[in-house]
Design a protein around this ligand. Structure first.
Ligand code: COA
Length: 334
């Protein structure tokens, strides 16, 4: 079977207006600006107001991506949304976005790979386009993650922020004279390590307490073993990117831009060092937005597209690591 090529023809993002600086975090927990900046690289993050929604964030990012692609919403055949903090348990966030943007022809569903959400949805959507099932897809990831943050836990509360990132994918029939598009991807999971990072639903049965933590009550907040996550993220993203480089007989120098999940600058720097991609070639939005989970890669991609830092023909490597544990990478020629 000859596969279509799948190209990224537009990107968009959106964040709430409310800013939480490191000084704001100092007022909440025993921390300080210097510790947060040197240990994480984060200066500030955004937070949804009580009357703002994740659906709104996702829809605004989607509208920006649609505008940047120069398409009309009714051209969209497929919407995949990624989030673990959607406003409603169902309908899917993707259906809510469909309603907001007016894309009546689209099939809409969600995918949950936590911090790898945008990347996994990008790869998943690409499969439908490569096979010819659909022609145009909207990939959107949005998080209202501050609603799941325990603002008494200094180990985690300083890390997270709200935001959304989106991209439009378009299939180009095989034989089209372009070498742009998805070249390769790598994905993996290790479900034996579910207890490294997790967030229970408020309705989660107490039977999970033994498996997930040593606590005595279910709280619907992000819990993580920061050090374990730190190590696993560096090894996971490094190995995943190296597998693609090796398979494609490419060297790190061939990669024009690395777009990693934005969890901690020290993680990103360590991954870049091990692969051989300098931080100057790495798309970052961590300093101003913190860890926006699924949305982070979409937001960093959109920022660098708008800055003109990604050019036609560039090889762009995406890489993510998430609770699950889950990891993956994808290589696109732009
Ligand atoms: C969470 C993280 C920033 C902590 O950084 P670290 O350098 O590993 O720090 P440690 O956990 O070793 O803690 C070092 C010290 O700083 C303290 N500390 C933790 N958070 C602090 C804060 N916000 N301000 C000041 N001190 C803090 C710790 O209590 C510890 O003190 P101790 O040595 O007296 O025990 C880092 O591990 C990380 O980014 N992990 C990945 C997280 C991630 O990706 N999460 C996403 C998945 S949900």
């Amino acid at each position: 079977m000859t596969l279509n090529r799948v190209t990224i023809i537009g990107t968009g993002s959106h964040v709430p207006e409310t800013v939480m600086t490191n000084a704001d975090m100092e007022a909440l927990v025993d921390t300080n600006d210097e510790w947060i900046r040197t240990r994480t690289g984060i200066r500030e993050r955004r937070r949804l107001k009580p009357d703002e929604s994740v659906t709104w964030l996702a829809a605004e990012a989607s509208k920006n991506a649609i505008r940047s692609a120069g398409i009309a919403p009714h051209e969209i055949d497929l919407i995949i949304a990624a989030s673990f903090t959607a406003d409603l348990a169902f309908p899917p966030l993707a259906a809510m976005v469909q309603r907001e943007i007016g894309a009546p022809r689209a099939t809409a569903f969600d995918t949950n790979a936590v911090c790898a959400g945008f990347l996994f949805a990008l790869i998943q959507g690409s499969q439908f386009l490569q096979t010819g099932a659909y022609k145009t897809a909207l990939i959107v990831a949005a998080e209202g993650i501050t609603r799941y943050v325990d603002y008494t836990d200094r180990n985690s509360c300083i890390l997270f922020g709200d935001g959304a990132g989106a991209a439009i994918l378009r299939a180009k029939p095989a034989g089209t004279s372009t070498d742009a598009g998805l070249i390769d991807f790598d994905m993996g999971s290790d479900g034996t390590r579910v207890n490294v990072a997790f967030t229970p639903r408020p309705t989660a049965p107490a039977i999970w307490l033994d498996t997930l933590s040593d606590r005595t009550e279910i709280t619907p907040y992000i819990w993580q073993d920061g050090r374990a996550m730190f190590k696993a993220a560096i090894n996971g993203m490094t190995d995943s990117v190296k597998r693609i480089l090796e398979r494609q007989s490419l060297s790190a120098d061939d990669i024009a831009v690395l777009v990693p999940h934005q969890a901690n600058l020290r993680i990103i720097e360590a991954v870049g060092e091990r692969i051989g991609i300098p931080v100057e070639k790495t798309a970052l939005c961590l300093e101003e937005y913190g860890n926006t989970s699924a949305a982070s890669i979409g937001m960093a991609l959109d920022k660098w597209m708008r800055l003109g830092r990604i050019h036609k023909g560039d090889l762009v490597m995406f890489t993510a690591f998430a609770g699950g544990l889950t990891w993956g990478s994808a290589l696109f020629r732009m």
